[in-house]
Design a protein around this ligand. Sequence first.
Ligand SMILES: Nc1ncnc2c1ncn2[C@@H]1O[C@H](COP(=O)(O)OP(=O)(O)OP(=O)(O)O)[C@@H](O)[C@H]1O
Length: 560
Amino acid sequence: MAKDESGAAQRPGSRPGSQIGARILAPVARELRIAGWLSVLSGALWPVQAAAIAWAVSGWAEGGAPFERAWITAGLFVLCAALRAGLEHRAGALLFDAADQTIARNRARLLTREARAPTDAGSARIASLTVQKLQLLQPWITRYHVAMMRASVLPLLLLLLATSQSWLVGLTLLIAGPLIPVFMALVGMAAEDASRRQMSEIGTMNDMLMDRLSAMLDIRLLGAADRTALDFSARAEALRASTMGVLKVAFLSSTVLELFSALGVAMVAVFVGFTLLGEIGFGGWGGGLTLGQGLFLLLIAPEFFQPLRDLAAAWHDRAAGFAVVAELDALDAADRRPVLGQVRRAVPLAGAISVQTRAARAALPGRVVPLPDLTLRAGQSLALTGPSGAGKSTALSALAGLVPLASGALSVCGTALDDTTADAWRERVALMPQRPHFSDETLGDWLDTRGTGADPAAALALADARDVVRRLPGGLEARLGETGGGVSGGEARRLLLARAIFTGADLILADEPTADLDAETAGRIIAALRNLQAEGRTIIVATHDPALAAAMDAQLELGQ
Ligand SMILES: Nc1ncnc2c1ncn2[C@@H]1O[C@H](COP(=O)(O)OP(=O)(O)OP(=O)(O)O)[C@@H](O)[C@H]1O
């Protein structure tokens, strides 16, 4: 459930239109307002241009000094046109800046928040929101808001001007005009639903794609390629149907709106034409219309409908924007697993390494996991052992400040590990995770997590991983992630260890560094860890491997 400012729970789609997006648009509200008024001002200059044309043409018809009028009209027309272009340009610049700022701010917010306090939303969902869907806020911000302001001011102004010349034309516009917003409101509901369905289909398709790509090997082994292709085609068909649903609503609404505005303009044109021919003798305030009045009315009638047509065209952008905002709101309301600190670079925590826990319990989503009482000083090594599920990995994560405590105490370097110390503490810690993950970058960049640009040769030597790099095509330039070449499980672990060493961290937390390895490879990793300890680093491993546990100074069994 999304929460409004007062904290009351709400369903994102159930809020009134004016409230949706108010939060994300608040920082650019001033720009949107200024851009709206600039555009309204530009629209209000058209009647001046129309009046000038009508005046010049009626001057020609009446004789007198037509050229003098033509020059004045041309000057006024060009001046207004230049002014309008300038105003529209400035409004456009403000709107696109506001849209870029909003998208960039929300993208940064999404990414930093996911780093600091991840949700259970899949990575595909976050990726499609940040890369694909947030971009849909741009047409909503740049087109809809300004169209709304124009539609609320300009038709009224033009209606007054038209009525001042002819009550009949005023009445015609007054009847034809409101049909457009009424119809738009009806279509708007359908458009919003269709957009939300399409948005959700895009998300499902992305989730499915990520999921199946990561399971490609299993799919081949299980001979499930055909079934996977069928699943994809069913989802693609659902996406096609939802996209067509959105297009259908868009085409239907624009057709009906064009019809209303064409009928309105045609009625004005017929009335003006017959009045000028002398067939109709009423409709103006003093009987018929002059040529100048008729021309003026003909020129402003289409402009009466234009802001309403623009608003109708932007209605779909509004629906798409609302769907994105609803998704952002849903993520805001989702349960999160907070990480201690701001997850940013900091000055390393001072003092000799020490770790101490007392009656600590880690808070995982939906459960708490007790941590062992331990005390460790600089240069010591410790093995956390115990059955699967005892909490070894959780303990390592908690020691790195990646999982908060539900109760108890955890101090590092003699100070409590909390939001204020976690970033500084992590500068001194390297975590070697259980499952290696290679991102799509060169091995050199992957090893150099802190972007120092230094040579990783010494770290590779300590981790016994020099031969791994030597064998890879391109050495440190090789890419292992995404479509890059692969390494064996043991090689990957040695590379992970090299990366942990290369950070220069004083405390290495290694999760199952020898799991699934043959005795010889495991022996090389154990030797590398001992080398590290001999160098003065502090080491904590979580392991089921008796040989590794025996190689540490002390063992602590969890889950007793
Ligand atoms: N993200 C999570 N959300 C909820 N519970 C979790 C989460 N991660 C782990 N757990 C639970 O916490 C408990 C401890 O898990 P943990 O991974 O720390 O055990 P472990 O001793 O490292 O196991 P293994 O030896 O199999 O790696 C388990 O019962 C596990 O189901």
